[in-house]
Design a protein around this ligand. Structure first.
Ligand code: ADP
Ligand code: ASP
Ligand code: MG
Length: 457
């Protein structure tokens, strides 16, 4: 049994949904199909919610647009005998959505949970429609299955409870294809509608694949596979035919948008291979992500870039204390729910830097100042400073440790081209070198590093 996930671009139009239907109807065995909202809809639902809360939404025009998109697809692709049934379900959801927007216009505020409720309509509608389009498929409600818990003001999957629910919802062997919306969930304690984070449909599919020991997880998207870098920035990006779980995990945590980062761990843990495939070119071989044997020739697998980060610079530590300060700083952040993206040195042995998501920068600086208040007072540390608008470029490969002098070669390339390297990761990772630059030079740095590490080998 396989799990297939189709992203927003794959379920965005009549043409792309025709491809989805062909792919699924031709499968040899019943499978689970996870779908995103129609392409671009989640962004629109969020924009509308913000506008409604300011009293600036043109509700009729918006609802006509959203309902028109769904109705056109139903009319073109759902067999006539099921059209009314499917439209009635979607129309009821559209009416609820419209009422919520009206409510937001009245109360003139946008509580977080109401935004979660608003965005849930995307996958609730698309999944019902896709189930209606496929030759033989049953619809499953993600809100009855996926559960989250609250963790430092974030919703994260409650994996144990979700796994139990998945096993109950999908008894094996499957009799026919099952379609479920990705991304959406409910809080396990309050039952409120939540979600797994933007791009989270991949994660829904991975949790199902892991819980049911699927033979494979297929992520169907709009490119021919996992590419050596972001094709929207570097036109010479090329397909990676095969890569390891760790390589994909590292590239995705540092910004490769093709898979939502938490997706990989549950399937990696069960050794379930992932394939990245193109809905618009279904016969292309794509990328196989699996446990890979070590390569004979050490090489760089890919390069990615993560923007929206900030750097906490810790200056003037006694050289003898750097390791200890490093550990304390890391712990102070992690204890408070801040995910450290990189720890590295800016070149000076007594300084080091910690990179965190931009939204955590201010809190991070405060936590580090509190942790080291004594050292700052006594002059053992000179300064703690936050710098905004940073990007991390990650150079990833299972065997990069065996490539002599790769880090210095890449940083020299950047310096030679006038790009300041803010810091380089401390070398603790076996598979990744992280290079931090100002976001204004990130695209150029990515192209230069791709050219040096991949195109020229
Ligand atoms: P979906 O709607 O299918 O979930 P996404 O937009 O989330 O699709 O992810 C696919 C997009 O990710 C591609 O269109 C591509 O532009 C972008 N992308 C960024 N980095 C990479 C990469 N290294 N390999 C492939 N695609 C990438
Ligand atoms: N529709 C959601 C989003 O746009 C989830 C997903 O597409 O994976 O983020
Ligand atoms: Mg995606």
């Amino acid at each position: 049994m396989k799990v297939l996930k189709f992203g927003g671009t794959s379920v965005g139009t009549i043409e792309s949904l025709t491809n989805v239907k062909n792919i699924v109807d031709n499968l040899e065995e019943p499978s689970i199909v996870v779908v995103s909202a129609l392409g671009g809809l989640t962004d629109r639902l969020i924009r509308n919610a913000g506008a409604a809360a300011k009293g600036e939404i043109d509700l009729n025009a918006e609802m006509t647009h959203i309902s028109g998109r769904h109705k056109d697809i139903i009319e073109a692709l759902v067999p006539e005998e099921r059209r009314e049934e499917i439209w009635n379900i979607v129309n009821r959801l559209l009416n609820e959505l419209s009422d919520i927007y009206k409510g937001l216009s009245l109360i003139r505020s946008l509580p977080e949970r109401t935004l979660d409720l608003v965005v849930s309509y995307g996958e609730r509608m698309s999944s019902v429609i896709v189930a209606g389009i496929l030759a033989e498929a049953e619809h499953h409600d993600a809100l009855e299955v996926m559960r989250t818990e609250r963790w430092f003001n974030k919703d994260i999957a409650d994996r144990a409870l979700t796994e139990t629910n998945i096993k109950r919802e999908f008894p094996l062997p499957l009799k026919r294809h099952c379609v479920m919306g990705g991304f959406i969930s409910r809080d396990r304690d309050t039952d409120e509608i939540t979600n797994l984070g933007r791009g989270g449909s991949d994660y829904t599919a991975a949790l199902i694949a892991a819980a049911l020991n699927a033979s494979e997880l297929e992520i169907w998207t709009d490119v021919d596979g996992f590419l050596t870098t972001d094709p929207r920035i570097v036109k010479t990006a090329r397909i990676i035919p095969a890569m390891s779980f760790v390589e994909s995990m590292e590239l995705c945590s540092y910004g490769a948008k093709v898979i939502y980062p938490p997706t990989i761990y549950p399937v990696f843990h069960k050794n379930i291979p992932i394939k990245i495939l193109n809905t618009f070119n279904p016969t292309a071989p794509g990328t196989l992500i699996s446990e890979m044997q070590e390569k004979d020739i050490p090489s760089v697998c890919g390069v990615s870039v993560l923007g929206n980060t900030g750097l906490i610079a810790i200056r003037g530590a006694l050289t003898a204390n750097v390791a200890e300060i490093n550990t304390r700083a890391y712990n102070a952040l992690s204890r408070n729910g801040i995910g450290v993206l990189l720890v590295g040195q800016p070149g000076h042995a007594s300084d080091f830097s910690i990179v965190v998501p931009i939204q955590d920068l201010e809190k991070g600086v405060r936590l580090i100042e509190a942790e080291f208040s004594q050292e700052l007072k006594e002059g053992e540390l000179k300064e703690i400073k936050g710098e905004r608008d940073m990007s991390v470029i990650a150079v990833v490969g299972e065997s990069i440790k065996r490539i002599n002098g790769l880090g210095p070669r890449l940083t020299n390339t950047l310096w030679r081209n006038g790009i300041e390297v803010k810091c380089v990761s401390d070398g603790a990772s076996e598979t990744t070198i992280g290079i931090v630059v100002a976001s204004s030079s990130a695209s150029e740095a990515l192209s230069l590093i791709h050219e040096s590490a991949i195109e020229r080998g």
